[in-house]
Design a protein around this ligand. Structure first.
Ligand code: HEM
Length: 117
């Protein structure tokens, strides 16, 4: 599975998600959504989920995207802000642009379940 490989396997995905969440923590547009959230757990769950959706040897066991984000009032702008951080994180970890786009394409269908506008 080359997309999983190109993201650096489980370890690479974990590092990318960590970088993304670190950047989210410094983004005043969206950080308020994470007040009081167990960020270690969210890091683990997003890592599992990304590993799963790119066909890696993971089986995401967390909530559905709709249940996890319901009532949070996440806007399209909020979603795009998080994706910006994901792209920068992938860039920093030398993920080829084509692989970046393949991951984004697999996350895009979650858009409607995560945002409420
Ligand atoms: C492609 C985009 C996204 C993905 C793949 C994603 C994935 C996830 C996952 C897997 C969880 C854990 C679910 C569980 O607890 O079982 C989660 C929780 C969470 N997400 Fe997202 N998410 C995305 C976008 C966003 C955005 C845009 C925001 C806000 C700006 C956000 C805020 C949160 C928060 C605050 C939690 C923790 C909820 C809680 O523990 O109470 N997410 N997300």
């Amino acid at each position: 599975n080359d997309l999983y490989q190109q993201l650096g396997e489980k370890q690479g995905i974990s590092a990318i998600v960590e970088e993304m969440l670190y950047r989210v923590g410094g983004d005043e547009r969206i950080v308020h959504h994470f007040d009081g959230v167990d960020i270690v757990q969210v890091h683990e769950l997003i890592t599992e989920q990304v590993c799963d959706v790119v066909g890696g040897p993971c089986d995401y066991q967390g909530e559905t995207m709709q249940a996890a984000h319901q009532g949070m009032g996440i806007t399209h702008a909020d979603f795009n802000a998080l994706v910006e951080h994901l792209i920068i994180a992938m860039e920093k970890h030398d993920v080829p642009v084509a692989a970046q786009n393949r991951l984004l394409a697999r996350l895009a269908p979650m858009y409607g379940d995560i945002t409420e506008e």
